[in-house]
Design a protein around this ligand. Structure first.
Ligand code: GRF
Length: 199
């Protein structure tokens, strides 16, 4: 199965996916990495791993749909069947989501439906939550909303600083995301409404 990873930033999740591919823990082909930011460090990681790396500049397109149509062209060219969002900071249009229904997944650094949005770790920390975690989910037309594939919780300890909590969350992400992708490519997930059954 050909898949794509969409990124905007550091790419630490992309890196663990690349490592899992090399170790044959995920048996699929990472056909293309696409970034909406030219200087995303994630692109350096994919180039180093000799994976096709594409920057699509949002400024070249009049609106969200036009940008997404360019994404679709790239994904079709590479015969991509699964799209993995890993720190991709743009909201995908309904056009895109409908085309790739149940074929787009995302990782979110909180226990959805709590703390949606782009600052989930800081939000949960400052809110004073005692428990938070990581969610891997299918992407639907609402933000941070689709059916949940995997979730793992962690306790926020009194000695946690925001930086320490971030590190703890990321280390869970780096374990959970390759596992979720492996389940998907091996056809081990069944979606029934909001519920995802692991076979
Ligand atoms: C992760 O915390 C992920 O949960 C969120 O964006 C961050 C991406 O980090 N969606 P990285 O670019 O993979 O290092």
């Amino acid at each position: 199965m050909n898949f794509a990873v969409l990124v905007s930033g550091q790419g630490t999740n992309l890196q663990v996916i690349i490592n899992a591919l090399k170790q044959r823990k995920i048996k699929a082909r990472l056909a293309v990495v696409i970034s909406d930011r030219k200087n995303a460090f994630a692109l350096k990681r994919s180039q180093k791993a000799k994976i096709k790396s594409v920057f699509v500049n949002p400024e070249d397109f009049p609106d969200r749909e036009a940008f997404d149509r360019e994404l679709i062209r790239t994904l079709e060219r590479e015969k991509v069947e699964l799209i993995v969002l890993a720190g991709f900071m743009r909201v995908l249009s309904p056009l895109f989501i409908r085309k790739y229904h149940h074929k787009v997944i995302n990782i979110h650094p909180a226990l959805l439906p709590a703390f949606r949005g782009a600052h989930a770790i800081a939000d949960s920390f400052h809110y004073g939550a005692k428990v938070t975690g990581v969610t891997v989910h299918f992407v639907d037309e609402k933000i941070d909303h689709g059916p949940i594939i995997l979730q793992e919780s962690l306790e926020i300890k009194p000695q946690d600083t925001l930086a320490r909590l971030e590190r703890r969350i990321h280390s869970i992400e780096h374990r959970l995301y390759p596992r979720a992708i492996d389940l998907l490519v091996r056809g081990k997930l069944r979606i029934d409404g909001r519920k995802v059954k692991i076979l």
